[in-house]
Design a protein around this ligand. Sequence first.
Ligand SMILES: Nc1ncnc2c1ncn2[C@@H]1O[C@H](COP(=O)(O)OP(=O)(O)OP(=O)(O)O)[C@@H](O)[C@H]1O
Length: 258
Amino acid sequence: MNTIELCHASVRREGEFILKDVSLTVKEGEKIAIIGPNGAGKSTLINVIARNIYPLWKPEYALKLFGQERWKIEDLKKKIGIVNQSLSWYVNTTYSVYEIVLSGLYSAIGLDFHHKVTAEDDKKCLEELDRIGITHLKDKAMNTLSSGERSKVLLARANITNPSLLLLDEASNALDFPSRSELRKTISKYAKAGKTILLVTHELSEIIPEIDRVIIMKNGEIFMDGKKEEVITERILEEVYERKIYVDSRDGLYNAWC
Ligand SMILES: Nc1ncnc2c1ncn2[C@@H]1O[C@H](COP(=O)(O)OP(=O)(O)OP(=O)(O)O)[C@@H](O)[C@H]1O
């Protein structure tokens, strides 16, 4: 089964197309990295898939998720875990880390009087905090955390429903070296558990060995989509970024600089 079938998605903002007729099929269990210059449309694509943004209507436009076009949004949200920079702003509140992670179960940001927290929900939250290594932050207010700590909370929140699709848009924002390494290991575990993963990143070193497909976006379009070894080359990256790029790889991980 395909987890994502997106056909002919276009998004226009302020008179400009920021996504231009993009089509994308992702098979169940696939792990994909999406790279490309700033402003290329990566986050827009992720937001279209998460149904946070609705593309221009045209007869050929379609978005099927998990084989279905129509979804009750609350059911869909439980199947998709998302980390992005907008969420990073939204969670910057006086809610505690525990409340923010737990509220992922209810597709909310923070707890409200109508959220009935069960013992099972509490257990899931504590497990997730432990998995990401942030149990010690449990009672801290979100607006007192460092950026890196906030990124870890978002990752825990994204996974609390045990979603089968993870959309990770610059999830490693502000993480230090050891935390990045931990993040790689965590994503690797999610990958081995069979989850479908779309990882948007500027850091090629985050493209874990389990990711074998890489999509490059440029100017609102898919510039290239293929096997990691064929896409991450100096020649292709130079064409995309329009400058001299050096690529190195070690132990299955890549690094690029210019
Ligand atoms: N609401 C909006 N109104 C106007 N322009 C927008 C809006 N949202 C996005 N854009 C523009 O669309 C383009 C694509 O944005 P998007 O965030 O998808 O890029 P990106 O590839 O994720 O970039 P980055 O790597 O910098 O995060 C950018 O030029 C951005 O300025």
